[in-house]
Design a protein around this ligand. Structure first.
Ligand code: BEZ
Length: 405
């Protein structure tokens, strides 16, 4: 693990493949200590009779994405509380691990859940780079990974695995949903800015693709050091100098708070419309941005303002339990528990193969975001909404303007 943190981020995927191989070897060698019968995939006597099931929850509890991880965990736990602590009719032993801010922390934490804690499946993962670093480990160890946030395009695309399923979104999907709308609204150039790592690059590429296809013009493109940038002034100066009429941004968590507040303080908000993926103005980030975020338009597959009975019931229960408004991260955690509930009820045994077979049969999930189902690549088929931050008394909310095509 010390060796992992000694490597730069750019080498993490290659390194994690090596670490994955070593950890996988350990898993096979320690098979006699496992609760699974790897040869038949049928589980122990206790598993077959419906004993407790151990689930790993890998979420950031430290770093810039800690608020996202806390919301995801709260959503998962709300579902458990509403279902007597059970998934698939079996009591859940939930083992939570800290994903941290990067693959250097997230990859070994996930490997520990599988090799030492011997969980039946792992749910969570917020960071795209971490999800990419974990893909081979789960594929080779034949353990189900339910990605409840990280949007890395390849894990449900070019590097799709039978054992990797996503309950959230793909980066290309959520960002590409906004391109046409921005091209329709903005006549001049749009400046693209994002955190410098896998998700930032893919969010910009996904937006650029549909925006340019709709006739939009790009005025500039910049990536800011991920997890380290607190002062955005030099980047905001570059945006002003570019003469852009609007900005498209991808930031989440603590970075989103600083970017949106400084965008307003710098005087850009009044002249240069700000667009982004919904993570820019979500939950705790929006609460901290307050009025500075008014007018920001985003694409996302959830808003607290969705006027449906399922969302109203969920939002009320979440507020009662967590003491705050729900977020897309909470919904993704909640839905991941719902997916596992259905799959564990259907699966014949606890083996990875039995569980992924059952995951293929879960069908439609009646979610606070609206009904969705897995597509053939294990990614959600779902509606994306166009949202605008509006004042609501003393607070701000993401009003839903409509559905994106
Ligand atoms: C990602 O790394 O995929 C990601 C992180 C935060 C919000 C959205 C996407």
């Amino acid at each position: 693990m010390g060796a992992v943190s000694a490597f730069p981020l750019s080498r993490t995927v290659a390194l994690s493949r090596t670490v994955a191989g070593l950890a996988l070897g350990a898993l096979v060698l320690s098979g006699c200590g496992s609760s699974l019968d790897e040869s038949t995939g049928s589980g122990t006597e206790e598993d077959r009779s419906g004993g407790n099931v151990k689930i790993g929850l890998l979420v950031p509890l430290s770093g810039v994405y800690a608020p996202l991880g806390e919301d995801m965990k709260a959503g998962f736990e709300l579902y458990l509380d509403q279902h007597d602590g059970k998934l698939g009719g079996r009591k859940v032993d939930l083992v939570t691990a800290d994903e941290g801010e990067s693959p250097q922390t997230g990859v070994p934490a996930a490997q520990k859940l599988v090799t030492q804690d011997q969980v039946t499946a792992v749910a969570g993962v917020v960071n795209s780079a971490t999800a990419l670093g974990l893909r081979d480990f789960f594929d080779e160890s034949k353990k189900p990974l339910l990605v409840a946030n990280a949007g890395a395009d390849d894990i449900t695309g070019a590097r799709k695995s039978e054992y990797v399923w996503r309950t959230s979104f793909s980066n290309g999907g959520v960002s590409g949903a906004l391109g046409q709308a921005v091209a329709d609204e903005v006549k001049g150039g749009v400046y693209l800015i994002a955190a410098d790592y896998a998700a930032g690059k893919e969010m910009v590429a996904g937006f650029r693709k549909t925006f340019e296809a709709a006739g939009g013009k790009v005025a500039g493109e910049k990536y800011t050091p991920f997890g380290k940038t607190q002062d955005f002034q030099p980047y905001l100066s570059a945006i002003r100098k570019s003469g852009a009429d609007a900005v498209y941004a991808f930031y989440a968590g603590a970075e989103a708070v600083n970017f949106v507040k400084q965008y307003k303080q710098f005087g850009l908000a009044d002249k240069t419309a700000l667009y982004g993926t919904g993570f820019l103005t979500e939950g705790g980030a929006l609460a901290a941005q307050g009025k500075a975020a008014i007018g920001v338009k985003t694409s996302l597959h959830y808003s607290t303002e969705l006027d449906t009975p399922v969302n109203k019931e969920f939002a009320a229960a979440y507020r009662a339990e967590a003491g705050k408004a729900p977020t897309v991260y909470a919904v993704q955690g909640y839905d991941t528990a719902a997916v596992l509930d259905k799959a564990l009820a259907e699966a014949s045994g606890d083996s990875g193969d039995a569980l992924v077979k059952a995951l293929g049969k879960v069908g439609s999930i009646d979610s606070p975001r609206g009904a969705w189902k897995f597509d053939a690549d294990h990614n959600p088929e779902q509606t994306y909404y166009l949202r605008e931050v509006r004042a609501d008394g003393d607070t701000a909310v993401n009003a839903v303007l409509g559905e994106l095509g």
